[in-house]
Design a protein around this ligand. Structure first.
Ligand code: ATP
Ligand code: MG
Length: 422
């Protein structure tokens, strides 16, 4: 095996033994999104780099150091593998006039790309389920999105998820806070790390989001945005809180919850777990009323969130939640040329009747074929040998569940009905 080519670090294959979990959560996602009236949208994985610089924000971790950007070698266009879905979703909505005199409730799922240090729950290609609601400015939709996530944890059987909530206010409130914050942070300029110094004037709120333990105390005592919120922002937050209370959802107000993307205002929230170490946030989102206009559309309120699917799957595993793979209904065993020919057409007939059938291929003794039939998890084996083939018959053996081990001989024409009956 000299000279094999390896996959890229931090970009993972999902192998057959793990894909049952993916299929399971994807199915739950679809039913759940539909239950709230959300429609699916699918955007390209590559977008113009400028979309993220403008949409996510120039002075964010994502744009400063995490994007996979390159030039199209044919026309020199600057392109980026999408690091998140919201900017592309907004671009698509503007481009196709989806926000013109109408509201939209949208969801999408797919891979995102960020050049980060790979570790458990943090990858360079990872997947998000995103939800975006456009055209709603009241706290009811913010609250419904949070309720929707609480419902998702329940549908998946997840326990112990914690909710953190904050308000980032509006632009004027953030500007007033910013002045106070910069004045405060300037006093600590000597102890700020390199990121902190660089962001002091470009994005001081993000200085508070530091993961550096030496800066924690300074961050804790910094002027709080909550003290700068005006009447409308406070009312909005109160509206969200009242609805969460009514839905019986508990939460922690976290003054220091800012988001890694610049476009948020008012409501921001994160659902976290204590079971995944530092990669604690499973779903995160909030309101981003300014983004549509910032990306060239007509001003339109918006709110949304994204779920990190790998973290969700790790959590399902940590909590021992089983997701059974889909087994076929029938494993079709056969031996001899006549039998092989009859088995081939029988498989077609059974599938037309709506059954999932694995047709054995590759020959081998009955014994080895039966081993494969058992390992497949199929409920039935259909067995066609030379004598059955001559008689236009097959034997039907129950491999699992009720009647396990029972075997009977049937006409090929009667097989589908017998299998469907049990
Ligand atoms: P973090 O603080 O963990 O880096 P973030 O604030 O950068 O998260 P968002 O941009 O809000 O994350 O993305 C939403 C969700 O997507 C995160 O809460 C997380 O579950 C998931 N996510 C983000 N980056 C990664 C990654 N590199 N690998 C796996 N999942 C990720
Ligand atoms: Mg990040």
């Amino acid at each position: 095996m000299a000279n094999t080519i390896q996959g890229i670090r931090g970009m993972n294959d999902v192998l057959p033994q793990d894909s049952a979990r993916w299929l399971h959560v994807e199915q739950v996602f679809r039913d759940w999104a539909a239950a709230y009236g959300y429609k699916n949208i699918r955007m390209p994985i590559v977008e113009p780099t400028g979309l993220f610089v403008r949409g996510v924000g120039e002075h964010t971790d994502i744009v400063e150091k995490e994007m996979y950007s390159f030039e199209d070698s044919l026309n020199g266009e600057k392109l980026t593998l999408r690091p998140e879905g919201t900017a592309g979703c907004v671009r698509a909505c503007i481009e196709h006039a989806l926000l013109y005199n109408q509201t939209q409730r949208l969801w999408y799922i797919g891979p995102m790309f960020r050049h980060e240090r790979p570790q458990k729950g943090r990858y360079r290609q990872f997947h998000q389920l995103g939800i975006e609601a456009f055209g709603f400015d009241g706290p009811d939709v913010d609250a419904e999105l949070i309720v929707m996530l609480a419902d998702l944890w329940q549908r998946l059987g997840l326990a112990g998820m914690q909710l953190e909530l904050n308000s980032l206010g509006n632009a004027d409130e953030r500007a007033a806070h910013r002045v106070a914050l910069i004045a405060y942070l300037e006093k600590f300029i000597d102890i700020l790390d390199e990121d902190g110094k660089r962001r002091l004037y470009t994005n001081p709120l993000r200085v508070l989001d530091t993961k550096n333990p030496a800066l924690q105390k300074m961050a804790e005592q910094a002027p709080k945005l909550s003290e700068f919120l005006g009447e409308e922002s406070r009312l909005h937050l109160a509206g969200v809180r009242a609805r969460l209370d009514a839905a019986g959802i508990s939460y922690t107000l976290n003054d220091r919850l800012v988001r890694g993307l610049d476009y948020y205002n008012r409501t921001v929230f994160e659902w976290t777990t204590t079971e995944l170490g530092a990669q604690a946030t499973v779903a995160a989102g909030g309101r981003y009323d300014g983004l549509v206009e910032q990306l060239g559309g007509k001003s339109c309120p918006a709110v949304g969130f994204a779920i990190g699917i790998e973290r969700l799957l790790l959590l399902l595993e940590a909590q021992g939640i089983a997701c059974a793979g889909e087994a076929a209904d029938v494993y079709l065993v056969h031996q001899g040329d006549e039998a092989a020919a009859l088995a081939f057409t029988t498989a077609i007939t059974l599938r037309k009747a709506g059954l999932a059938v694995v047709l054995h291929a590759g020959g081998g003794s009955f014994k080895s074929q039966f081993k494969k039939a058992d390992a497949s998890g199929a409920r039935f084996a259909v067995v066609i040998g030379e004598s059955e083939a001559l008689a236009g018959q097959a034997s039907l053996k129950t491999l699992t569940g009720e009647g396990q081990g029972e075997q009977r001989t049937l006409a090929i024409a009667d097989l589908a009905a017998a299998i469907a009956a049990g």
